[in-house]
Design a protein around this ligand. Structure first.
Ligand code: NDP
Length: 518
């Protein structure tokens, strides 16, 4: 069968009332299932642990979205053993067969789009548009990596020496451990898992503890797609116990992680230790945090720059690795920028994510709320000027207003540490070169953008702005699979470039075969 060329999945058109009605219905339907208990899935079978934990709706935390298993070390070891046994069969399946499971999963996600959107809206507080974008990206990962596997399987042969047949095979690694974050609970979970299995590995998947329900939905889809039991095994529970056991176990061949710098560094260190019985060096794919900046030059359309900054800073409450948390503005337009950004920020609506009209929903949990509040206070204590927002917003959920702190020193805490909330630091720069110097002055290097009409400055930024994903005259969020392979520099991670053409090679090892034929 001819596979059509890859195209990014389109987003839902909310101007159509039928789509809004269907989304409302899917949310209402999911609300009727609140409080249900969900099992681990090991070798295709439902498994239960003695202890449980709940996930809450951050827009209304008295609502329990689901009850999940607090897995024990024994559960984890069993899941790894099942994955290791299954690997001996799965590794021999053809790339085409493996790719087909992803294509089927993509189709099922399309059919269950509103249901999946509802899961994201209710479990992590994504607005409708953000939830829909997350699901579209998950579909893209399945479609893109499926095609990529077929491309690797048909890759050009090695250079042929006279008298030899020379080949290079791409082979799976073994058992992988998948540790995603809660902020793209479907897209990133799907992307890391799909890349692992389509290349012939088997995995143990541990979703983030704020979003196991979305992880369970993914498992339902893979089962419906006909994926054999044991290829993906789901265990839920705290990263500090379940995740740690998975990372340290000698059976683990690789770890695909996306999350904070602190946890990423810890995993990197632990995975590097060779443990008794271990016969390989573990491979670690770790994508981590950011302190992303948008540079606003004096030679630019200021309204466009303000729009780009506001969308990048406050979309999904600033809880994106790519979120703009620093606007670095040329002093010639600084005051005007601050005035305009305040006005734009005041127009942003905050409230329960299930209401279509709210641009911003809640932050993920109480701990995050309090941490962000502390950063807002520290920002002011260190000389920042709160120009809009603050530490509280009305409502029962974990709501915060979009907040802008101006006159922030480039070395201030809120200009250096990832806040992961709706807080924008505005920093004054003497000129464009100074702005670049400030932008590069953190330990991170994930995304960045520049707004300028000056071609020379654009070319300078292309050379000098030290980020994995640079955007020119547009927002710094919203990387599209295929077009914008995503992964940062420095403490933003291992630069694995999710959604890019090199990505699958990280999940494989190559075998060169030279056969004498004369
Ligand atoms: P965390 O680092 O807190 O958690 C990520 C995952 O790691 C979770 O599944 C978590 O489990 C698990 N974990 C926690 N401790 C351990 C441990 N000791 N060993 C193994 N696993 C562990 O990140 P968040 O989920 O809060 O996600 C937000 C972060 O992710 C931000 O820093 C953001 O920038 C980053 N991110 C980076 C992206 C990129 O492409 N660079 C993309 C998206 C997000 P549990 O939930 O149970 O604690």
């Amino acid at each position: 069968m001819q596979i059509p060329e890859f195209r990014n999945e389109s987003i839902t058109d909310w101007s159509k009332s039928e789509n809004r009605t269907r989304q409302d219905a899917a949310i209402a339907q999911l609300e009727t299932q609140f409080g249900v208990e969900y099992p681990n899935i090991i070798d295709g079978m439902h498994a239960f642990s003695a202890e449980k934990f709940n996930t809450l709706n951050p827009s209304q935390p008295n609502q329990i979205v689901g009850v999940f298993q607090n897995s024990t070390a024994d559960d984890v070891v069993l899941a790894l053993k099942v994955a290791a046994d299954k690997f001996e069969q799965w590794r021999w399946t053809s790339p085409a067969e493996r790719a087909n499971y992803l294509f089927r999963a993509a189709e099922l996600m399309r059919r269950r789009r509103f249901e999946l959107n509802a899961a994201l809206i209710l479990e992590v507080g994504k607005s409708w548009g953000e939830a829909d974008g997350d699901v579209a990206e998950a579909i893209d990962f399945c479609e893109f990596y499926g095609r990529e596997m077929l491309r690797y399987a048909n890759q050009a042969p090695a250079i042929q020496l006279p008298g030899e047949k020379d080949e290079l095979w791409s082979l799976p690694l073994g058992v992988g451990v998948i540790i995603p974050p809660w902020n793209f609970p479907l897209a990133i979970l799907t992307g890391m898992t799909a890349a692992s299995i389509v290349t012939g590995n088997t995995v143990v998947l541990k979703p983030a503890s704020d979003s196991p329900f979305v992880g369970f939905k993914f498992m339902e889809i893979m089962e419906e797609a006909g994926l054999p039991p044991g290829v993906i095994n789901l265990v839920t529970g705290p990263g500090s116990t379940v995740g740690d056991t998975l990372v340290k176990h000698p059976q683990t061949r690789f770890v695909a992680f996306t999350g904070s710098k602190e946890v990423g560094v810890h995993i990197y260190e632990e995975a590097a230790k060779v443990r008794p019985g271990q016969i390989w060096l573990k491979r670690v794919i770790a994508e981590m945090g950011g302190k992303d900046a948008i540079i606003v030059d004096a030679e630019t359309d200021l309204d466009e720059a303000v729009e780009g900054v506001a969308l990048s800073a406050f979309g999904f409450q600033g809880q994106k690795c790519s979120a703009c948390s620093r606007a670095i503005v040329d002093e010639k337009v600084y005051d005007e920028f601050v005035e305009k950004v305040v006005k734009r920020t005041e127009s942003i609506s905050v409230g329960p994510a299930k209401a279509f009209d709210n641009f911003m929903g809640p932050v993920i949990n109480k701990w995050a709320l309090e941490k962000i509040q502390r950063y807002i206070k520290v920002g002011q204590k260190e000389g920042g000027r709160l120009v809009v927002g603050g530490t509280s917003a009305p409502g029962k959920g974990y709501f915060l207003p979009p907040t802008v702190i101006a006159d922030v020193h480039p070395q201030a805490t809120i200009a250096q540490e990832e806040i992961f909330g709706p807080v924008l630091a505005v920093i004054r720069a003497n000129d464009f070169d100074h702005a670049l110097e400030i932008a590069n002055g953190t330990e991170f290097g994930l995304t960045g953008a520049v707004y300028t009409n000056n071609r020379n400055k654009i070319e300078t930024a292309k050379l000098q702005f030290q980020v994995g994903n640079l955007y020119v005259n547009r927002k710094c969020t919203g990387a599209m699979v295929g077009a914008h392979p995503c992964g940062g520099f420095n403490m933003s991670g291992t630069n694995s470039k999710a959604g890019g053409r090199d990505y699958l090679s990280l999940f494989m090892q190559a075998k060169s075969i030279a056969e004498k034929i004369e």
